[in-house]
Design a protein around this ligand. Structure first.
Ligand code: HEM
Length: 501
């Protein structure tokens, strides 16, 4: 099922859900787990109190520090005081005002990327997974840590990304082929084992350097990620986080925010490149907002915060991309801490429970394989997008608010029962998960993705490179590598729009 060269468990799990129903058990040598792809069961699994996270989240800790520290990502229970304190304090960094204040920086990073792409000329294929990881790295370091970052210089080496992606790929290969991991342990002087430990040491020192560079007086009203992290108190000592524990949180948040946003941008560009009609519809929306380069508007204005609620087609494009290529495709891993009844079945204590986001998105939407941004139009109407820009900006980051709305019911068993009685549909669109452990960074992510894509699509048309073998080739090469990715690269050609100066 895993596939040695190109794991595609998300596709296999989706086929099994069609064959055996949305709740089934997988038994493999050394591993048994239950897959839950029934929307009606999500509040029980992901809601409050829900099931605790499984230990899977502890596996990636070595990327952050030498010794294991429980971080916001890995803490298992929502009643853990450390998780509560960290989540509450860090949430300030993602409130609508904080997001609005960060948008000009994201606009600058996006314009910088557009200029680099233009400088390459139209003939050069760009590997967009790398390009987007670079721009999202710049975004997180500048907005979150107030550090200069120029990863977007596509031809320059980027040690953080190179080390991180090497280590992630190698670790993932170790999951699918345990002999490979064993060989590193048994032959510590092999070229592979040496490269692994040297890159790991590099990565740890990069996190340390980020903390050293970001250090300094943090103002009381500083709502950057670093400013908020500095305010988190260890509930046992009452002191600020420090040393390896702080490093683990810093690394965890950067790792959590980087490839997720980057892959969402990359897949969205690929979808637009493969669907010219939708690309034209997006261009029309950008044109109407003065954001498209044309002979009549050779220097489109930079995007601004009030544009976000108005660009409803762009919002639909991003949601379709998150639906069809949710980066956490095989999803969310939980564990029963006591015998639990799910969908009429008794699931024994200690069973791993997987919520496959891709399967939910593919098995619950009509014509799931079609890229239809307009399927979100009703939701936009219901959200009242005829608000003035200032009203919308004053209320919320609109895209974010809608993602939450689609995630009704309220993620408690009682809430779910009430909504079921009122015949409201159970949640099916959960790219950011749902309930108390949903993605803390989703507001930043949606603003960032919309800004990067709005800026690029206002200045370029995009085409899949011939080396992708068309959209079918892309679908065949999708793979799970921690996040959903495209094996052997996702290559796109950017053509500057006529008239852009
Ligand atoms: C499109 C981009 C993103 C997607 C699709 C995404 C998706 C997710 C998902 C599915 C989870 C739940 C994981 C689980 O329970 O297994 C999660 C958790 C989390 N995400 Fe994101 N994420 C994105 C961007 C970001 C960004 C930009 C940040 C911060 C810079 C971030 C920070 C976090 C944190 C801190 C958690 C853990 C929350 C907790 O356990 O309380 N994410 N994300």
């Amino acid at each position: 099922m895993m596939g040695y060269k190109r794991p595609q468990n998300h596709i296999q799990w989706t086929k099994w859900a069609k064959q055996y129903g949305p709740l089934y058990r997988v038994k493999m040598p050394g591993s048994t787990f239950v897959v839950v792809a029934d929307p009606a069961l999500l509040p029980t699994v992901l809601g409050r109190p829900g099931l605790p996270k499984s230990r899977v989240y502890e596996l990636g800790f070595f990327l952050a520090t030498k010794t294991f520290h429980d971080t916001m990502f890995s803490i298992r229970h929502t009643d853990d005081p450390m998780w509560k304190a960290t989540r509450k304090t860090l949430a300030l960094a993602f409130n609508p005002d904080a997001i609005r204040s960060k948008m000009p920086m994201v606009v600058q990073q996006s314009l910088g990327l557009a200029e680099r792409l233009r400088a390459f000329g139209p003939g050069r294929d760009i590997e967009v997974q790398d390009a987007m990881a670079r721009v999202t790295l710049d975004v997180i370091l500048t907005t979150g840590f107030d550090l200069p970052s120029n990863a977007v210089d596509l031809d320059a080496p980027c040690p953080l990304l190179e080390d991180m992606h090497f280590l992630m790929a190698e670790t993932f290969r170790g999951f699918t082929n345990p002999f490979r991991k064993l060989s590193r342990k048994l032959a510590p002087n092999s070229a592979l084992a040496k490269e692994f430990s040297s890159r790991l040491a590099n990565l740890h020192s990069i996190w340390h350097q980020i903390m050293t560079d970001a250090r300094g007086e943090v103002a009381e009203d500083d709502v950057s990620l670093w400013g908020c992290l500095a305010k988190v108190r260890d509930h046992k000592t009452g002191k600020p986080l420090s040393g390896d524990l702080l490093q683990a949180e810093v690394a965890g948040i950067i790792l959590g925010g980087l490839d997720t946003s980057a892959q969402t941008c990359a897949f969205t560009l690929a979808l637009l490149a493969a669907h010219p009609e939708q690309e034209r519809a997006l261009a029309a929306e950008l044109d109407a907002a003065g954001l498209l380069a044309t002979p009549a508007n050779p220097s489109p204005r930079p995007m601004a915060f009030p544009d976000l609620p108005r660009l409803t087609y762009l919002d639909g494009v991003i949601k379709e991309s998150l639906r069809m290529f949710p980066v956490a495709a095989t999803g969310l891993s939980r564990c029963t801490n006591e015998d639990t009844v799910l969908g009429g079945y008794l699931i024994p204590a200690g069973t791993e429970v997987q919520v496959p986001i891709y399967t939910l998105h593919m098995n619950t939407f009509p014509e799931p394989e079609r890229f239809l941004p307009e399927r979100w139009a009703d939701q936009h109407k219901a959200a009242g997008n005829n608000k003035t820009a200032s009203e919308a900006a004053a209320t919320k980051v609109h895209v974010q608010a809608e993602v939450r709305d689609t995630a009704a019911p309220k993620w408690t068993a009682a809430g779910a029962a009430r909504e079921a009685a009122a015949e409201k549909p159970a949640p099916t669109f959960i790219p950011f998960s749902g309930g108390p452990r949903d993605c803390l960074g989703q507001r930043l992510a949606m603003m960032e993705v919309a800004t990067i894509l709005g800026t690029l699509m206002g200045r370029f048309t995009v085409e899949l490179s011939p080396r992708m073998d068309g959209y079918t080739g892309l679908l065949e090469r999708q793979t799970i590598a921690f996040t959903l990715a495209v094996d052997d690269g996702l290559w796109i050609n950017f053509k500057p729009r006529p008239g852009w100066i």
